[in-house]
Design a protein. Structure first.
Length: 151
């Protein structure tokens, strides 16, 4: 086993009990436990984040990681992808391309292994702060759901 595989294995192990863990965190109180990745749940979480913090720089790193884990795991579970560590150039381009936000990326994405490509999970928080709509995350899930799947 290589050292590069260790973060991926740790992420996959933590994701097994993700919803139970997040339900105990006050910042995740808008989470709908019955439908955690529904539009209402995603919008509630994103809106709560935008109300609580003025910018991505204000979020503690551990909270950034939890949001990214939650969003990526939802994409993975709902749409059949797998976690991938992204090249620095992909992450930097995604983060810097949105309103100049330069912090918070863990460099993770969800790879669908087909023509649907990769969702850059690390771009979801900076984009939410840049747009400030409170609906960016649910829009992302909606678009991913509309992409045709092979098989």
């Amino acid at each position: 086993m290589t050292g590069a595989a260790d973060p991926l294995m740790a992420r996959e192990k933590r994701s097994a009990h993700l919803i139970d863990d997040l339900a105990r965190m006050e910042v995740f109180s808008p989470l709908d436990l019955a439908a955690p990745w529904s539009a209402n749940s995603l919008n509630g979480l994103e809106g709560g984040m935008l109300e609580r913090w003025a910018s991505l720089d204000d979020l503690p790193d551990a909270v950034v990681e939890q949001y990214e884990m939650f969003l990526g795991e939802g994409l993975r579970r709902l749409f059949g992808g797998s976690w991938v560590r992204l090249e620095a150039s992909l992450v930097e381009g995604a983060v810097l391309g949105v309103g100049g936000e330069e912090r918070g990326s863990t460099g993770w994405g969800i790879d669908y292994g087909d023509d649907r490509g990769i969702d850059v999970v690390s771009s979801l928080l900076p984009t939410a702060f840049h747009l400030r709509t409170g609906t960016w995350w649910s829009s992302t899930f909606e678009v991913t759901a509309s992409l045709p799947r092979r098989g």
